[in-house]
Design a protein around this ligand. Sequence first.
Ligand SMILES: CC(C)(COP(=O)(O)OP(=O)(O)OC[C@H]1O[C@@H](n2cnc3c(N)ncnc32)[C@H](O)[C@@H]1OP(=O)(O)O)[C@@H](O)C(=O)NCCC(=O)NCCS
Length: 165
Amino acid sequence: MIRAIEQKDISALFDLRAATRENPYSRVELRDIGITEESVAANLCKAHRGWVCELDGKIAGFVIGDCSTGELWVIAVLPEFEGQGVGSRLLITVETWLYSAGCREFWLRTSADQRKRAFGFYTSHGWQVSAIDGGVVYMKKTPNRSPDPALTSDTPRTGQEAGHC
Ligand SMILES: CC(C)(COP(=O)(O)OP(=O)(O)OC[C@H]1O[C@@H](n2cnc3c(N)ncnc32)[C@H](O)[C@@H]1OP(=O)(O)O)[C@@H](O)C(=O)NCCC(=O)NCCS
């Protein structure tokens, strides 16, 4: 099930982000770049929206986007749930929302290491490299129509209905 992130989820999302097989970020690493539970909570009351994918009552992955810039801010799936379509459903969910919010160019930054799963994942979903800066690759996607909502039949349109704030 895909559902909007609620404030009560935020601590668990930090645990999940630290537990990914590749590209993990600990709370300390995130704090050092200004990302804390408080800042995420505040962002979700502004231009960010996010969704979790729950399987058997457990959060298997989550995604957050920023409609003020079109950024795919974060996507992460626990190792034991990789390769089951969770990341794809979350990606389509956030892309559908970004498009409905008026974004016509999406962008993200991730590791430039193309051996990592994220790179193949993004390219298989139509993302293209726009720039490489050291170990970081910038990717973009310019959709000419909304992603097919049938691919995520339970996609909320705004995320606001779950009461972020
Ligand atoms: C990247 C990530 C979100 C993918 O999630 P996932 O649930 O495993 O992805 P899915 O199972 O939905 O889909 C993988 C898709 O990518 C495709 N793909 C193409 N090349 C691939 C590759 N080298 N490795 C993995 N998948 C690849 C698969 O074929 C599949 O497409 P399909 O569904 O059309 O067959 C997940 O691996 C993850 O959380 N990684 C760690 C955190 C991370 O790197 N986040 C992003 C950057 S910070």
